[in-house]
Design a protein around this ligand. Structure first.
Ligand code: HEC
Ligand code: HEC
Length: 136
């Protein structure tokens, strides 16, 4: 019994040190997105960038500014703004895509950007913003 107690002390110390390191590392890692309604709010910046670039840009053959409005100060894009209707249409498309995977392909935890998805933006869009072919 005594030996076990002695062994616990370095273990506890290691826990304290590890959580202290984790606490100081966090502010750097954690990019705070302010207006996510479909994607998980705690998504990593790597996952978010991959979805924006691979699923959305490549999937639809557009660039960021197709969905994201210009910043008010004229410098770049305001990614949190919902001023462009394409962004809200995209949210509806994301919900629809998740729903198709869940309901018809029985994927238990569908997530935009996940390899487990059977139907993605690209399945229908094939690099085109207007997949019905009528409007372009
Ligand atoms: C087809 C439309 C579309 C394209 C193209 C697109 N985005 Fe997005 N983006 C969205 C939508 C929709 C959201 C919000 C998702 C949600 O509500 O969960 C979003 C959210 C974001 C956010 C989070 C903003 C916040 O604070 O809430 C960032 C950052 C972002 N996009 C960057 C980019 C970049 C960089 C590109 C180009 C590489 C890009 N997006 C291309 C639709 C798009
Ligand atoms: C099941 C097929 C299907 C899937 C999956 C799908 N879309 Fe669409 N999407 C369409 C069709 C069809 C239209 C055209 C609707 C119309 O002409 O009114 C469209 C239109 C859009 C538009 C509007 C273009 C415009 O300006 O009128 C956006 C933006 C869009 N989709 C984004 C996405 C994104 C992002 C995904 C993946 C999360 C996605 N879609 C997944 C079929 C799909």
């Amino acid at each position: 019994m005594k030996l076990r107690k002695i062994l616990m002390i370095p273990g506890l110390l290691a826990c304290v040190v590890i959580s202290a390191i984790a606490a100081t590392a966090r502010p750097k890692e954690d990019v705070k997105y302010t207006n996510l309604k479909v994607l998980p709010k705690n998504i990593s910046s790597k996952d978010l960038q991959e979805i924006m670039a691979d699923d959305f840009e490549d999937g639809l053959g557009v660039s960021c500014g197709f969905c994201h409005a210009n910043a008010k100060d004229g410098h770049g894009l305001d990614f949190a703004s919902d001023a462009k209707p394409e962004k809200e249409i995209t949210r509806a498309m994301m919900r629809m895509t998740l729903g198709i995977n869940k309901k018809y392909f029985k994927i238990k935890h569908p997530a935009i950007g996940s390899n487990a998805m059977t139907v993605t933006c690209t399945t229908c869009h094939k690099g085109e913003a207007f997949p019905d072919g009528g409007s372009n």
